[in-house]
Design a protein around this ligand. Structure first.
Ligand SMILES: NC(=O)c1ccc[n+]([C@@H]2O[C@H](COP(=O)([O-])OP(=O)(O)OC[C@H]3O[C@@H](n4cnc5c(N)ncnc54)[C@H](O)[C@@H]3O)[C@@H](O)[C@H]2O)c1
Ligand SMILES: [Zn+2]
Length: 382
């Protein structure tokens, strides 16, 4: 009988570049286009419709910029796709991007340049990563959440089977260009939303950053430029470091520290039919997980109060009627367990900068944590 075995590791180096600027299509343009490979690149600009409507000067400016550099770019017709979670819920959005990639002759050496919030980055990035088994992507995140978290992540995907991000792939963009000027048109609600992820990553990884957020929360909520940009850069850096230095960029391991607060947040987003935005749901999710750490005897009410305090000062609403339905929320644990492959690992935080993992969470425990969370929110508001 013949037999054989070929076995070797495959190393696939990837460069993950994030650039910060405040005018990507003005004098600072060389900060990002110098990062591209030599030659002239076919490029398909795709815009989030909410961003496009709120920031009507951007699309013509980008188009004029690309046309003014014919030795670097060969511009395809721009595409505008629905902004917000609908981009991930409606399969027609991915189909429209795939159709444009095909019609505009975007090949594996071409670029799709995505201007949008986290949802559009996720959905359009997903389409780009399955066309020709992956065309190159430039991300221009236009929300605080996209700049400080989603745009940095190497995940792309859309919702399916009534679950968040069920269809998706890992793909590293060629560059992420965080242009602060694109945030000017954001509503206060979407502005605030990004900072729950900044609180999340600071709690996980950086005690000092959590203290700075506590210190500057009012200024950031007022959209003060200096404090907000500092917080966005630090959150982006902490997310970026986790991906490039954490040893598990494509999440082969079970633990998902960056999903702190997310098992219930994803569930709340779905249960409220999107009435709660991702960042808003994460704020509640962080509160529940802080309460869970107290329930487990691993943390203190004082820590829980600090977490809720900073989120409250950002302006987040930390309770929601949907929390009445404990069984429905608990399903979030089961979905997270199934997504991880059957063995549960939840990363919680005992105090800023001190994460720990748990591997079990039954209904009674989650129920008590939700009650503890709500009771602390009531105290905070009293
Ligand atoms: N891939 C990842 O690693 C990752 C990480 C975190 C979150 N996410 C995903 O990101 C999504 C949330 O992203 P989000 O918070 O950016 O919200 P969003 O993408 O839903 O955008 C919010 C709203 O703002 C509009 N908008 C975008 N930019 C604007 C601007 N500059 N001015 C005015 N309006 C603008 C959009 O049209 C939309 O209506 C969720 O689907 C979440 O699952 C992905
Ligand atoms: Zn998130």
């Amino acid at each position: 009988m013949s037999s054989g075995l070929f076995q070797s590791d495959i190393q696939i180096p990837r460069r993950h570049v994030v650039v910060f600027c405040d005018d990507a299509f003005g004098p600072q343009a060389d900060r990002w286009f110098d990062l591209l490979p030599e030659g002239c690149h076919r490029i398909l600009p795709v815009f989030d419709s909410g961003f496009d409507a709120a920031h009507p000067t951007c699309r013509p400016r980008v188009e004029a910029f690309l046309d003014a550099h014919p030795s670097l770019f060969d511009r395809a017709l721009s595409l505008v796709v629905p902004g917000g979670e609908v981009a991930k819920n409606d399969p027609k959005v991915v189909d429209s991007v795939l159709a444009a990639i095909h019609a505009e002759n975007i090949c594996r050496q071409s670029f799709v340049a995505i201007f949008g919030g986290g949802a559009v980055l996720d959905a359009v990035g997903f389409a780009a990563s399955i066309a020709h088994r992956g065309v190159k992507v430039l991300r221009f995140p236009t929300t605080t959440l996209a700049q400080d978290d989603a745009g940095i992540g190497v995940k792309n995907g859309v919702n399916h089977h009534n679950e968040k991000n069920w269809r998706g792939v890992f793909a590293v963009p060629t560059a992420v260009i965080n242009d602060f000027s694109l945030l000017a048109s954001l509503s206060d609600r979407d502005w605030r939303s990004g900072f729950s992820e900044a609180v999340k990553v600071a709690l996980l990884k950086d005690t000092r950053e959590f203290e700075l957020l506590e210190q500057h929360v009012e200024a950031i909520a007022r959209r003060s430029e200096v404090e907000s940009q500092r917080a966005i850069i630090r959150s982006a850096e902490l997310h970026w470091r986790h991906i490039v230095e954490g040893g598990d960029p494509f999440e082969d391991e079970i633990a998902r520290p960056l999903d702190y607060g997310h098992w219930s947040a994803h569930r709340l987003e779905r249960l409220t039919g999107g009435a709660l935005k991702h960042g808003e749901a994460v704020a509640i999710g962080l509160g529940i997980d802080a309460a869970l750490a107290v329930e487990l005897g691993r943390s203190t009410p004082d820590f829980q109060r600090r977490v809720l305090g900073v989120l409250h000062k950002f302006g987040f609403t930390l309770d929601h009627p949907q929390l009445d339905d404990r069984a429905a929320i608990f399903m979030g644990i089961e979905q997270f367990r199934a997504h991880l492959g059957g063995a549960l690992t939840l990363t919680l935080v005992a105090e800023p900068g001190v994460p720990f993992d748990i591997h079990d969470a039954d209904f009674a425990l989650i129920s008590s944590a939700i009650e503890r969370h709500r009771s602390m929110v009531r105290t905070l508001l009293a």
